[in-house]
Design a protein. Structure first.
Length: 321
């Protein structure tokens, strides 16, 4: 499969799993196209053309020939310069035929613009009973905070290394997070856990979380206890990064009593405690790995690839046997 086809499949699968209505995504892409058509030079030259068909600003081909044939992939959660140097050495000294490096977390232009994907959180909050206006107003400042942080970073550093080493590099962030979100959401809806301890049991039955537990990072209850009751659960697995701290009061008012999150900052933790919302941290890297494995299951249904693991990623298949 060519690199450009892998990219397109990732986007399509991400859209399929997105919490937003497909008509809404089509509307957003149409809006992007209208903005582009109205631009004049030199602004048109700076426009990100991928955004005309890809609604995920944090998922991009960062380096490589679009027509490159890909037969082997090495997948990591965080890919930096050291990982790329390892790939170069594996290819040179060990004879590994690695055609593509796949990073979960974004780099390059996918990092500097990734705050844009946070808008999809509005739909998730709306599904839990929070008004769109409340979510949008709270999210506006949170997005600005994230934008200020990422635009100050040396975001092209890793991409430059990939170019010097001649390595094909792609990052797949929100599309795979969407898959992890849908996967856990489906299990929670099916099992209908009534206590926090049952949620922990459910997560530990998933191989990625079981593996994390073996390495001393199991899913944990950080607010509440195993016997605490739960009825309305909010899953914080997608939307780029953590949302606005003020959303927890809105979620609590809407009846949410439990949050399952990949990770949570100290400030977000304090807000949840203030609003009496129980919190389970599922494990960040395990959750990211779950999403990437689900995406690989999909890609492997289209084409057989040799898969290598590094940088926190471990391959598990979720295909029904």
């Amino acid at each position: 499969m060519k690199l450009k086809n892998i990219y397109q499949e990732v986007i399509e699968k991400g859209i399929e799993a997105d919490p937003r209505d497909k008509k809404e995504i089509a509307r957003l892409l149409k809006e992007k196209n209208e903005i582009y058509q109205k631009l004049e030079k030199p602004h048109k030259d700076f426009f990100d053309l991928d955004s005309l068909f890809n609604p995920f600003a944090d998922t991009r081909i960062l380096n490589g020939n679009l027509d490159s044939e890909v037969n082997s992939i090495i997948v990591g959660i965080d890919v930096g310069g050291e990982e790329l140097l390892l790939v170069d050495r594996l290819r040179d000294k060990k004879g590994f035929g690695i055609d593509l490096v796949v990073s979960h977390h974004p780099q390059g232009r996918a990092l500097v613009n990734f705050y844009e994907v946070m808008d999809l959180q509005v739909e998730i909050f709306a599904q839990k009973g929070v008004s769109v206006s409340s979510s949008e107003n709270l999210l506006r400042e949170r997005k600005a905070q994230v934008e200020r942080k990422v635009t100050a970073s040396n975001y092209q550093r890793v991409v430059d290394i990939a170019k010097w080493l001649g390595i094909n590099l792609i990052c797949v962030h929100t599309p795979s997070d969407n898959l992890a979100y849908r996967y856990v959401e489906k299990i929670i809806k099916k099992e209908k856990p009534s206590r926090l301890g049952k949620i922990i049991d459910i997560l530990l039955d998933i191989p990625e979380y079981k593996e994390a537990a073996k390495h001393s990072n199991p899913p944990k209850i950080i607010i509440g206890d195993k016997k605490a009751k739960t009825s309305k659960i909010h899953i914080e697995f997608t939307g780029g990064t953590e949302g606005p701290q003020g959303i927890y009061e809105k979620l609590s008012t809407a009846g949410v009593d439990t949050i399952i999150a990949m990770h949570q900052s100290e400030e977000h933790f304090k807000k949840c405690k203030e609003t009496n919302i129980n919190v389970i941290i599922a494990s960040h890297i395990a959750s990211d790995t779950l999403g990437m494995n689900l995406m690989l299951d999909y890609l492997l249904s289209k084409k057989r690839f040799k898969i290598y693991e590094f940088s926190g990623f471990k391959r598990f298949s979720h295909k029904k046997k």
